[in-house]
Write a protein that binds this ligand. Structure first.
Ligand code: BGC
Length: 541
């Protein structure tokens, strides 16, 4: 699949916070067109743009009322066309979000569906009669906390919503729903999009009989949404085998256009993750677990290693250190310079594993999670101001001018993160030690040195416990996970050094000599062996 070809890098673009051109304080499509050079300069080959469809914005645009339109706050269909042309002329592909698990409750389909049981649209959604005690029909819970069912008095039934009550789940066992989505796919493919990021790819089809999930531990009313979700085995509400049939059909359609299907596969079990990939389904699955573990060699080794071992098509894993839904990596890993060093080290590991790394907007600047005052909060999901989803969605700082170049207006939908003014694109450009320049170098190293997708990963598990690394063909990638410096013997040429201080780039002139390389805390190096063949030990002693 050429769009996911050798060394390609993805960029996850959070439209509302990227760049505002009409002064309304929210990013828009023209803002993307104006800043495509930033993405090109980073070395991005594939841009995934967060939803721009008409939406009441209860869930940041993931509550859609028209899948074939553009919300006026973001621009017009003509802007989409121009964006596609501009990106293509720069050699970048564009993937749009496909939100298929649910719609907005303001979508005309749901307005009709809730009008009466006899309405032809009623069965496009998942409805069920109350249980004997009048409560919800089963024990399913929402990803956002609380029961996944809301009672609708006008029809005397509950409807299902795996997210907010304003996001009713579609009934994917209904042939007409499938036909509608095929039409939506073709609408965007005909306009020239290069593929889709399928939201909640593990969802879609539900158990035919809507049976309860096995419960593995009791629920405490004070449990947060994640603990509530984790109290069940999700055998019936998600991951039904029929979901793959849908992806196979979508894949056939995408193939007619040379387009790709990327799935957001939100499961913590690597075997379940691998199950949704390949075999005519998704081209690539976004694996989210690395965003859920602390800075620990053991934990990172586990979440990086498992999907690689289990997926048969090795290019099919999408890696992210941060996302629009998770606290930014810099802050997760301790914040400040230490957090930035760690986040870049994790990006380095991901850049040379099989698969495609996605930079989440602002991570290239080393942005921290924004702390949003309760009065300024927009997202209804999340906990503490720093941990909620607003904190990772703060606007991009472009320069040192007014409003950091994000908007010509005087207001923004969310405030900047505290570190934004000092971390703009303009202020980091040309500063070799900056996050931006280091990301540019990392991605350039990936483009030049990324091994063939089928090159096996050999984890260097016999290294010191404080080191994490692997060898792939001629490359060795090593991170010092300890809080203090360490020394390791390496031979070859350093093709990327996350802190620029490991030593001379050329370590030796042959594989028989080694150099002692000093690695500071959270320093990552990528070393290319002098050997031209893949046989024998290479890169470290
Ligand atoms: C998106 C979230 C959204 C959820 C429901 C996720 O995959 O990334 O932002 O809230 O889907 O659509």
């Amino acid at each position: 699949m050429s769009l996911l070809g050798h060394g390609v890098v993805g960029y996850s673009l959070y439209l509302r916070s990227f760049a505002d051109t009409n002064g309304n304080g929210e990013g828009d499509l023209r803002g993307v067109i104006d800043h495509l050079d930033h993405l090109r300069g980073l070395g991005v080959g594939l841009v995934w743009i967060a939803p721009f469809y008409p939406s009441p914005m209860v869930d940041g645009g993931y509550d859609v009322i028209d899948h074939c339109g553009v919300d006026a706050r973001f621009g017009t269909l003509d802007d989409v066309d121009e964006l596609l042309d501009s990106a293509h002329s720069l050699g970048m592909a564009v993937v749009v979000d496909l939100i298929a698990n649910h719609t907005s409750n303001q979508h005309p389909w749901f307005i009709a569906a809730r009008a009466s049981r006899s309405n032809p649209w009623h069965d496009h959604y998942v409805w069920a009669d109350p249980s004997d005690d009048g409560g919800p029909p089963n024990n399913w819970v929402s990803y956002f906390g609380g029961p996944a069912w809301t009672y609708e008095p006008s029809v005397g039934q509950y409807y299902l919503h795996l997210f907010h009550a304003e996001q009713p789940d579609l009934n994917w066992r209904h042939a007409e729903v499938r036909r509608e989505y095929e039409r939506i796919l073709r609408f965007w493919l005909d306009r020239g999009v290069d593929g889709f990021r399928v939201d909640v790819a593990q969802g879609l089809v539900k158990d035919e009989h809507l049976r309860s999930n096995p419960q593995t531990r009791s629920l405490d009313p004070g449990d947060d949404r994640i603990r509530q979700w984790q109290a069940f085995e999700h055998d019936r509400d998600i991951l039904q085998p029929e979901t793959r049939d849908i992806f196979r059909r979508w894949k056939q359609i995408c193939d007619e256009y040379g387009a790709i299907l990327i799935g957001e596969v939100s499961v913590d079990d690597p075997e379940r993750f691998a199950r949704l990939l390949g075999d005519g389904g998704l081209d690539l699955g976004l694996w989210l677990e690395p965003m859920h573990v602390p800075w620990s060699a053991h934990e990172l080794r586990r979440v990086l290693g498992a999907p690689v071992q289990l997926t048969t098509n090795h290019n099919s894993i999408g890696w992210q250190v941060s996302s629009l839904d998770e606290p930014r990596a810099v802050s997760r890993f301790g914040g400040g310079e230490r957090g930035r060093r760690r986040a870049l080290a994790l990006s380095t590991l991901m850049a040379f594993l099989p698969g495609v790394p996605f930079i989440y907007q602002g991570d290239e600047l080393g942005l921290e999670q924004g702390r949003i005052d309760p009065g300024d909060r927009v997202d209804r999901v999340g906990g503490e101001p720093s941990a909620g989803r607003d904190g990772c969605r703060t606007p991009m700082p472009w320069n040192t001018g007014p409003m950091a170049g994000f908007t010509g207006g005087s207001q923004m939908w969310l405030p900047f993160s505290a570190d934004a003014p000092s971390r703009s694109v303009a202020s980091q450009t040309g500063q070799t030690a900056s996050s931006l320049e280091r990301h540019r170098s990392l991605l350039a190293a990936r483009r030049h040195h990324c091994p063939d997708p089928n090159t096996a990963v050999e984890w260097l598990d016999d290294l010191m416990p404080s080191l994490l690394g692997f060898r792939r063909g001629e490359l060795t990638v090593i991170v010092n996970m300890a809080d203090e410096p360490t020394t390791i013997a390496l031979s070859g040429k350093i093709v990327f050094d996350s802190q620029g201080s490991a030593g001379p780039d050329v370590l030796t002139t042959s594989d028989t000599d080694v150099n002692l390389v000093h690695l500071s805390e959270a320093q990552a190096v990528v070393v290319r062996s002098w050997r031209s063949s893949h046989s024998g030990p290479a890169g470290y002693e």
